[in-house]
Every structure is written in C-alpha cells, then in structure tokens.
Design a binder for this molecule. Structure first.
Ligand SMILES: Cc1cc2nc3c(=O)[nH]c(=O)nc-3n(C[C@H](O)[C@H](O)[C@H](O)COP(=O)(O)OP(=O)(O)OC[C@H]3O[C@@H](n4cnc5c(N)ncnc54)[C@H](O)[C@@H]3O)c2cc1C
Length: 400
C-alpha cells in the first residue's frame, strides 16, 4: 500500500527545521552570503534543536528518527539557505551514517556519539585538487608503519573543513593497486583534525554556498592509529560510495526546498509587480514558469521520498538515490534560472533572494556526483550495464 502521510515524528522534525530556518537563517542570510561568512549562530542552533544527530540511534546519542525525517529537515533547511542543508549533508549523510554503518563499536563510542549530540562535527574528505569524479585518481596515501598509518595528501573542496573535528579520509593503502588504478587498494580512516600534521583552510571566491564553510585539508606525515582504519583495508571505495548514497539523498531533498523557495518568492513577487496594467501573475508565460516550479517540486519530492522509503526498509537505494539527486538538481537549476527571469532586473540584484538561489543551485549539479556522472549512471542502469547487489552492510532499518 502506498502511504504519502507523514508520521507525527516526521512532522515534528519538519516543523523544527522550518522554525529554525525562519528564525536563525532567513533573517540574516543576505548579510552572511554577501560577506562570504558562515552564520555563527547556525551550528549552536542546530545542536540545540537536536538536528545534528536526530537520525542516529538513541544508543549512540541521537534520537533514532528515520530517513524520511532526514529528507524533510534538509528540505526545510535549504528553503532557508543551501549552506544550512550542506551541514546535514556532510555531518549526517557523509560522516555519521557511514560511521554508524561501517565503523567498529569502539570507533562509534569515540567518533559517533559526540557527533550525534552535536558536540563534535564530522566532515568527508574524498575530493583532491586533481581528482573529483575520478575517485581512483586521488593521490593520498596511508602507509602502514607499526601501530600507525602515515597519511599524506591534500583534500580540496571539503565542506566544513575548517570547523570539523573528525574527517572520514580516503587514501591508498596499497601502492601497487594505486599504480594500476584498482579501487580495491583504497581505504577509509577517521582522522582527528587535532592530529599532528593536519592543516585546513578556506576556499575563497566561491560562486555559491557563500555562507557555508568550504575548504581544503592537508595531511602531512599524519600518524593515524591503526584503530582508526574504518572496517578493513581495501574497503575505502565501497565506503566512499556508501557515503555518497546518503549525501546525495540529502542533496535531492534539499533541492526540493530550493525549488519551493523559488516558487514562493515568485508567487509573492508576481502579485506585487505590474506590467501593462496587470500583475505579472496574470501573464501566461509567467504562469508557465511557476507551473514548472510546481511540477519540478512535486516530482523531485516523490523521487527522494521513494529513496527514503528504501532506506527505511534497509534496501539498497543507490539507483533511486542517484535518480532523485539528478532530477532534483536539474529541476532546482531550472527553477532558480526561471525565478531570476520572473523577477526581471530585480532578479539580477541581491536585493531579492533569487540570485542566491541561482548561484546555489549550480553547486548541487557539481557536488556529490556531477550531473554528467548521474546521467551516465542512469543510462547504464537502464541499459543493464550497471546492477546493484544488496550491500554486505547497509543503513539500519528504522522504526517510523
Ligand atoms: C560547494 C562544494 C562542496 C563540496 N563538498 C565536498 C565535500 O565535502 N567532500 C568532498 O570530498 N568533495 C566535495 N566537493 C567536491 C565535489 O564532490 C567535486 O567537485 C565533484 O565530485 C566533481 O569533481 P571535480 O570538481 O573534480 O570535477 P571533474 O571530475 O574534474 O569534472 C569536470 C567535468 O567533466 C565531467 N566529467 C568527468 N568525468 C566524466 C565522465 N566520465 N563522463 C562525462 N563527463 C565527465 C564532469 O561532469 C564535469 O562537468 C564539493 C564541491 C563543491 C563545489
């Protein structure tokens, strides 16, 4: 039976995120976006609202909420600003859920509990200056030396790089396989930002997500204890792809929030602005753009909620998540471009929010798998060239 109704718990999370966006994000976003500076009140407010670990089980310090709730929170936060949703994408999607799924109990005690309570922040370091889509092109290495791995390398375009306490870092542990570009030579580690040899810094001059922290991380002869290897040597690629399954889901849901923000801004403006003696809401070509936003929001939402349903059941969701992310980001880009159009010259100014939506929408078709990578994935699924097996480890099934 298909059930589109949300549970009371899901609605409570949605309302909490909506309230946070209305109180903490929207009133000041123009200033922080202009200043290219994160809002210092955001992380404390998210912590206070229990939004930093709400879909982590209670035994690890979270609230045990389901993955549809995660999507709803992402939608509401991105309605406020993309950078706020990015916090959930990274801290929960790319760090906490993978640690919950792949890490040992000892690692979870140390590296999940404080993250679920929001006392510590997690990040995800896969991309490097020379390798994004081409994951096996990454150059970082972790060479075993007694009880440590010696980690060297540089990560680039890392969200929350400057504020994170822990990173999931990916590096080659098998140098022969590195030469052969065989991804079974990659491993995943939990690295503390306080470890000697770790340094971070911001990236300046970004097109969008300007109120978000995006930076680089350098690892220079960092001694990472062997206990910080996640799961097993050689499983890093699989873990990275699992991380992306969760991160992409949050991007898809967040993009729905961006489309809704475009639609609402356009509805309001089209009843205020008059041309040729009529509100522009009465012009059919303006209606067309608003109708497309409405449709884009609805089918983006259906797709991420299908992926969320699969996650809640503990079923492999890679294909559905990639489709949801691809479609939602495409729709968000179109909605934001049309929102600028509906506003005319005022859309070209930061007096109104739609130019920020336009710049932010662009980022989502680059990170967590570019538009082209998802296009190829969907084509390969359709052509039967790509098939997913049930993973040996997947998200725990959650009560709703
Ligand atoms: C705001 C922001 C936040 C980010 N946060 C993180 C983070 O927290 N952690 C992290 O690890 N990374 C992060 N990234 C990096 C992001 O994941 C990468 O930018 C992305 O994977 C693309 O890699 P690239 O930029 O190296 O582009 P490239 O891989 O160099 O691609 C360049 C172009 O070639 C196309 N292309 C590449 N390969 C193919 C192919 N086989 N077929 C067809 N076309 C192809 C791409 O689609 C793209 O158009 C972030 C990026 C941004 C912009």
């Amino acid at each position: 039976m298909i059930d589109f109704a949300f549970t009371e718990n899901q609605l409570a999370v949605r309302d909490m995120a909506r309230e946070l966006a209305a109180k903490v994000i929207i009133p000041s976003i123009k200033d922080f976006d202009r200043a290219h500076r994160p809002n210092p009140d955001l992380l404390p407010a998210m912590k206070e609202a229990n939004l930093l670990g709400f879909c982590i089980p209670e035994k690890y310090g979270g609230l045990g909420m389901d993955y549809i709730s995660l999507g709803l929170a992402c939608e509401e936060l991105e309605y406020g600003d993309t950078a706020a949703r990015v916090v959930l994408s990274v801290h929960i999607g790319l760090y906490s859920l993978p640690v919950l799924t792949w890490a040992s109990e000892t690692q979870k005690e140390k590296y999940l509990k404080p993250v679920a309570t929001g006392d510590k922040i997690g990040a995800f370091g896969l991309t490097e200056p020379g390798a994004g889509s081409d994951v096996v092109g990454l150059q970082s290495t972790a060479v075993k030396d007694g009880n440590f791995y010696i980690l060297n390398g540089e990560k680039m375009w890392i969200s929350l790089a400057d504020v994170a306490d822990y990173h999931l870092a990916f590096a080659w542990t098998d140098l022969d396989k590195k030469r052969k570009r065989d991804h079974s030579g990659l491993s995943a580690f939990i690295v503390e930002s306080d470890f000697e040899g770790v340094s971070t810094g911001p990236i300046h001059g970004k097109l969008g997500v300007r109120s978000g922290d995006t930076g680089w991380i350098a690892y220079q002869d960092v001694k990472v204890p062997v206990e910080n290897l996640v799961y097993k040597e050689g499983e890093g690629f699989k873990i990275a792809m699992f991380c992306l399954d969760q991160g992409r889901y949050t991007v898809a849901a967040g993009s729905g929030g961006l489309i809704k923000a475009c639609r609402d801004a356009c509805i309001k403006y089209s009843f205020e602005r008059k041309t040729f003696t009529h509100n522009i809401a009465e012009h059919q070509l303006v209606k067309q753009m608003i109708a497309n936003m409405e449709a884009g929001y609805e089918y983006s939402t259906l797709l991420w909620q299908k992926a969320g349903w699969l996650k809640n059941q503990g079923l492999r969701s890679t294909r559905a998540t990639s489709l949801a992310k691809w479609v939602a980001c495409r729709e968000a880009e179109e909605a934001a471009a049309n929102a600028v159009q509906v506003f005319g010259a005022y859309g070209f100014s930061d007096e109104y929010p739609v130019e920020r939506f336009y710049r932010n929408a662009k980022g989502a078709s680059i990170y967590e798998g570019t538009r082209e990578i998802h296009t190829l994935m969907q084509a390969d699924y359709a052509l039967g060239l790509r098939k997913d097996k049930q993973l040996e480890k997947d998200l725990p099934v959650v009560e709703q």
